[in-house]
Design a protein around this ligand. Structure first.
Ligand SMILES: [Zn+2]
Length: 207
């Protein structure tokens, strides 16, 4: 008796490739365009392709898959996404730096809202900020660990911007607490940034 069936297989041989802004890597990446095909199987062995079930793109770096439309987002949307992703990194580092001494003062929240708004063009709501704080308190990472994790996806000017944000929030109420200072001092190393550059950012931000 012949056992005939069907099976869906993702064809790893790519149909094409291109460049896109990967939502996971939050950076420009190469993708492969892949298809999932339905095969007729004989004794569970795929023999004949019957139809294309779906198509998607796959980031070569993070290996995540996305709907085809993600590849064709226009440059403005890509640019927009890029900015928001960057703003989110700044925001996470700011919140983690602020919470180094477990304090969150209204003046500090204002700085967070302003810096984020300048980059993303979006105003953070009170709920957004409350959620950020709750998440950061539970997070197993501090600002330096976070910076190390994102260093490879951030260009030099972006790293400068992140350090600037961290300093602005740490100093929003005037004097910087010992815990925050300790945290700030770890950022240049986490980003592979020179001490000179770090001092320059601080001088510029305090001016
Ligand atoms: Zn990716």
């Amino acid at each position: 008796m012949l056992i005939v069936g069907e099976m869906d297989l993702t064809l790893t041989k790519s149909k094409g490739k291109g460049e896109f802004h990967c939502p996971t890597c939050e950076a420009s990446r190469v993708y492969d365009h892949r298809r999932v095909k339905r095969f007729l199987t004989v004794y569970f062995i795929p023999v004949i392709p019957i139809s294309t079930v779906s198509e998607h793109i796959r980031c070569r770096t993070c290996k995540r898959t996305f709907p085809m439309e993600v590849a064709s987002l226009g440059p403005e949307v890509q640019q927009r996404l890029k900015k928001v992703h960057f703003a989110n990194d700044v925001r996470r580092v700011m919140v983690l730096t602020m919470l180094a001494d477990d304090h969150a003062e209204p003046a500090e929240i204002d700085v967070l809202r302003r810096v984020y708004g300048e980059i993303a063009g979006i105003e953070l709501s009170d709920e957004d900020i409350a959620r950020d704080i709750a998440l950061a308190r539970r997070a197993p990472v501090d600002a330096a660990v976070y910076c190390r994790a994102i260093a490879s996806r951030r260009a030099e000017d972006e790293r400068n911007g992140i350090v600037r944000g961290a300093f602005l929030i740490a100093s929003a109420c005037g004097e910087i607490s010992a815990e925050r200072l300790e945290q700030l001092k770890q950022l240049p190393k986490a980003f592979g940034m020179s001490e000179d550059r770090f001092r320059g950012i601080i001088a510029e931000a305090s001016g």
